[in-house]
Design a protein around this ligand. Sequence first.
Ligand SMILES: Nc1ncnc2c1ncn2[C@@H]1O[C@H](COP(=O)(O)OP(=O)(O)OP(=O)(O)O)[C@@H](O)[C@H]1O
Length: 316
Amino acid sequence: MSDLTGVELAIEARGLVKRFDGFTAVDGVDISVPKGSIFGILGPNGAGKTTTLRMLLGIIDPDEGYRRVLGAERPTDVARRIGYLPEERGLYPAMKAYEAIGFLAALRGVPLKEGRRKGRELLEEHGLGYAADRQIRQMSKGMAQTVQLLGTLVHQPDLVVFDEPFSGLDALNQGKLERMIRALAARGTTVIFSTHVIAHAERLCDRIAIIAGGKVPFAGPVDLARDRLRPQVRLETRDQDGPWRAALPADARHEGAFWYFTLPETGVEPLLRALIEGNAGILSLSIERAGLHDAFVAIAGEAAARALEESEGEAR
Ligand SMILES: Nc1ncnc2c1ncn2[C@@H]1O[C@H](COP(=O)(O)OP(=O)(O)OP(=O)(O)O)[C@@H](O)[C@H]1O
């Protein structure tokens, strides 16, 4: 039984397929996003993230499959309840920051005057009050991006869709955005975003979909992805050799003062017993879940992991 039985979903997509001139960009994607959760679509450049998000938004229709967004089978019917930050950023350069937010609000049905007023409020709230009357063309790229982000939130959407929201932001603003995303989820807004940076998905998401070559080899809780790999042991001993060494798997690595190896299938107790009885003189021992990076390699394969690293490199 799925762990989502009985959970209210903001997005439910089954078997989404999108082809462009015979090329299959998205090849049977299933996605379930619980209401009020943070969901990440993680994959390298060209994996099909943007195409998937655009199908969820109703900007393009799938060739096959089905999606239900905020209860609607045609996502455009609920467009006013959705906030969307596209991958290509862009605001009118001549508009002032508060006007740009008002303009985006108007596109989602908020009266212009009210949107502009809210624009000033939001800018104030996010430490950009001093720049409310500054034209977009006079702003740094990161600042303009923050203004655009606020413009996706001004109508208080129930669902926000961010395409690569962290790219183009410096570390400080990335941190701010992470806090903003957590705050949105804390007040019940559903957030779905795409990224090719594992750390963002690992830190922020309740659930992820790993996408590579248009397919989703894993979708579910981040912890479940990490549990695909056995936990890792780090061991420090008093002596470097002794009968206890027989308790370590053959591929245990020795680096600095530590041994690193995968926790044997037999579990913690037999390992501890063998180490103690073998007189290891344990100085420290930690057992940790695999990180999402290793899980990604195990799930999507070495090639996809390399492509992901290249995507990260390009974005820097
Ligand atoms: N309108 C289009 N016409 C033709 N091919 C397209 C179109 N849109 C996307 N593709 C192709 O579909 C594949 C998936 O693209 P998509 O933009 O969804 O990937 P992505 O994971 O968002 O990657 P990126 O991070 O580089 O944007 C790519 O090979 C891309 O070239």
